[in-house]
Design a protein around this ligand. Structure first.
Ligand SMILES: [Mg+2]
Ligand SMILES: [Zn+2]
Length: 195
């Protein structure tokens, strides 16, 4: 049995992107995001966060800081009826100052590694899944992984990202509100073959 997921970029989608958010006191849910995630969960989507966290490689915060923040974020969302099925992060950056994380990798978006790992571990059907991001690199990672639909949320979506995305909305809350994340209609194979 396979499942469909909404892959959510974290900074700029789930929470306000204050720049290298590594500690809970700097974490602020985006307006309406928690409620939107609860509605998605109720509609049968698994919620999976996929996030670049090069702040770890850059030495701005540690892996332990990140894990502590993530535990709080997961607890808050679960309490609000929007439990996360998974949270996947890339701690790397090729020019990082922390030796253990200063490397090329296959998980830093636009690479598809985080999405592919989530799909394997959670049994997701990527073609039936959606990604919501706020940058071109999010959209590129989704396309490379074979995610069925890509929505960019940004007050000012960058032109490169908007060109790749299927839809653009001002926020996650607005995307859910306007029905952009409703499951796509399944077309029987026989019908598809005859068209
Ligand atoms: Mg982002
Ligand atoms: Zn990585």
């Amino acid at each position: 049995m396979s499942a469909r997921a909404v892959f959510l970029d974290r900074d700029g989608v789930v929470n306000v992107d204050h720049g290298y958010v590594g500690r809970w006191q700097d974490f602020e849910f985006a307006p309406g995001a928690v409620d939107a995630m609860r509605r998605l969960q109720e509609a049968g989507w698994l919620l999976v966060v996929v996030t670049n966290q090069s702040g770890i490689a850059r030495g701005y915060y540690t892996e332990a800081d990140y894990q502590a923040l993530t535990a709080r974020m997961k607890a808050e969302l679960a309490a609000a009826g929007a439990p996360l099925a998974g949270v996947y992060h890339c701690p790397h950056h090729p020019q990082g100052s922390v030796a253990a994380y200063a490397q090329d990798c296959d998980c830093r978006k636009p690479a598809p590694g985080l999405i592919l790992r989530a799909a394997a571990e959670l049994g997701l059907t990527l073609a039936d899944s959606v990604l919501v991001g706020d940058k071109a690199s999010d959209a590129q990672a989704a396309r490379a992984a074979g995610v069925g639909r890509v929505v960019l949320v940004a007050e000012t979506a960058d032109a490169e990202g908007a060109a790749i995305a299927d839809a653009v909305a001002p926020s996650l809350a607005a995307a859910v509100q306007s029905g952009l994340l409703q499951p796509s209609r399944v077309i029987p194979a026989a019908v598809r073959a005859s068209t």
